[in-house]
Ligand binder design. Structure first.
Ligand SMILES: [Zn+2]
Length: 531
């Protein structure tokens, strides 16, 4: 094994503090639904967190347009493929925008000529490395998976992932990528980098697959005379297009300008590719092998998340339980839906989207815990101190304790983001919310206000609670950016800005001088008696 491989992951310019995260690109064969949303909210929260830490963070998302089943979906809807994918682009962008997500690059694999060039360049590099050869392919092809299966992989003659699809037997001359050459190097990389695949238990499945021996995979498809040509032509063979996964994975490089723009070197290798558990094989085997072949460093992490069900049922267009992100954010607001997805649904394992749980989280956590806390601080500061937030003057054990809790909350949030356990990050922040409420209960400022002899204690109480609230606003900004800014506005502070986690995110690093009352953050949702 070549000794250069293990050092290749850190080729990025050490003088530029950058961070690069990607979401999986979606098949535009139907409108986006809530099942696509957890991953997208997760990557957006991570990019926001990294920017708060002062890093130059980028996010690439996109659409996987070059698949035959996108062609099929267009036919089913009675429009040509171009019209269909253009329509889908608007639908997906509207969904992400409703969740507060605006990626730095949104790569459309068919519509973007730079993407075709990036994919062909990767192909040329693999060929130059001696990793591409022509052979005959034969197998059961599932158009929904864009993958071939062997006899034993089919389940009663049907696709193992799509029980309604009877795969078609296909035999054709294709180009193959020599994945089998890379087994040892991939294994060595995974062993040397135990956090390459997160969460860690997912790596065991990948290691087992490598140990069984990797098969070369076909990376081109012959155009069929009876079908509309669709896809990216293979360099030097117009009769074949790139296998859709070969170009789909390349999106991550297209999004930062590869191969022309030297700028891509500032962001590559990616810090994290975030994906669903069904596409682990492509991201942990195919993609790293393609990168090694092209002489490019490997991503630092592949983060694998589980699937979302809706009210306990598998989300499916055929069963009609698809939840539209635009509709659900119109009903509940962007931040409550983001909060619910990040806090109530574990990022690593499978989860369920439930209206009842969303409403419970909204009322218990957002309206009661968070909204009431801000409201108490703002209204008492108005009532007892004319809106001017006093300086804490005499710290007691209670203030020392609150300050400690703030430090612990910050660390828990950082640990949660580092491990891609967003629910734990928010749990940590919520400790500070709850303890600040308890602090006010214990200090009883409404009693202190009755006797001028307690003026110093009242000043300390109001000032300390406002300071805790200011920190809550900064810590919540990755998950709930709009809410963070509304908290800041009521504390008379500017919106949360890049770098604030680092420069203003510790106790006393900035001060709240006056409050600006603006009504409740989250009015309670009255639940109908029957669901
Ligand atoms: Zn399938």
């Amino acid at each position: 094994m070549e000794g250069t491989i293990l050092t290749m992951t850190d080729a990025r310019d050490p003088d530029r503090d950058t961070y690069y995260v990607t979401a999986a690109i979606d098949y535009p064969n139907g409108a986006p639904h809530i099942g696509h949303s957890l991953e997208k909210v997760g990557v957006d929260a991570m990019r926001r967190y990294q920017r708060l830490r002062g890093r130059d963070a980028r996010l690439t998302m996109g659409l996987d347009e070059n698949s035959q089943h996108v062609v099929t979906a267009a036919g089913r809807n009675g429009v040509d493929v171009q019209t269909w994918v253009d329509r889908m682009e608007s639908a997906f962008r509207a969904a992400w925008s409703s969740l507060g997500i605006e990626p730095d690059a949104f790569v459309r694999t068919n519509a973007d000529p730079r993407h075709a060039e990036a994919s062909r360049e990767l192909y040329r590099r693999a060929r130059a490395a001696g990793d591409i050869y022509r052979s005959t392919y034969a197998g059961w092809y599932c158009p929904n998976c864009n993958a071939y299966y062997t006899d034993d992989e089919l389940v009663e003659g049907r696709c193992p992932l799509h029980p309604s699809i009877v795969p078609e037997w296909l035999e054709e001359e294709n180009d193959f990528f020599a994945l089998s050459k890379y087994g040892d190097r991939l294994l060595a990389h995974i062993e040397a980098n135990p956090d390459f695949i997160l969460p860690r238990p997912r790596a065991a499945e990948v290691v087992a697959t490598i140990r069984q021996g990797l098969r070369d995979f076909s990376v081109s498809r012959a155009l069929k005379p009876d079908r509309e040509p669709w896809g990216i032509p293979v360099p030097s063979d117009d009769g074949q297009v790139l296998y859709v996964w070969f170009d789909a994975l390349t999106t991550y490089l297209t999004g930062i300008g590869f191969p022309d723009d030297d700028g891509y070197r500032a962001y590559w290798p990616a810090d994290a590719h975030v994906i669903g558990k069904d596409i682990t094989r492509f991201h942990c085997l195919y993609w790293p092998a393609m990168l090694l072949s092209a002489g490019l460093p490997l991503p630092r992490h592949v983060v694998v998340h589980g699937f979302l069900t809706a009210e306990g049922q598998r989300i499916s267009t055929t069963t009609g339980n698809v939840i539209d992100p635009v509709a659900v954010t119109a009903e509940f607001g962007t931040d409550p839906v983001r909060y619910y997805l990040l806090r109530d649904v574990s990022f690593a394992s499978d989860g369920d989207f439930s209206r009842a749980n969303l409403i419970r989280r909204h009322n218990d956590d957002l309206a009661n815990d968070l909204g009431n806390l801000l409201n108490r601080i703002v209204s008492m500061t108005g009532r007892y101190r004319g809106g001017t937030v006093p300086e804490p003057v005499e710290e007691t054990e209670a203030e020392v304790d609150l300050r400690t809790v703030a430090g612990v909350a910050r660390q828990a949030a950082e640990d949660g983001f580092t491990a891609w356990t967003m629910d734990r990050a928010i749990d940590g922040i919520w400790t500070l919310v709850r303890r600040t409420n308890q602090y006010l209960e214990g200090r009883e400022p409404w009693k202190l206000a009755k006797d001028p002899a307690n003026a110093a204690a009242l000043d300390t109480t109001l000032g300390s609670a406002a300071e805790a609230m200011r920190l809550v606003g900064i810590y919540l900004a990755p998950a709930m950016p709009g809410t963070a800014d509304r908290i800041m506005a009521q504390l008379g502070l500017p919106p949360v800005a890049d770098g604030d986690w680092t420069s203003k995110g510790t106790w006393g690093a900035a001060r709240v001088s006056h409050v600006v009352p603006a009504g409740p953050l989250f009015p309670r949702i009255e639940v109908e008696p029957t669901a």
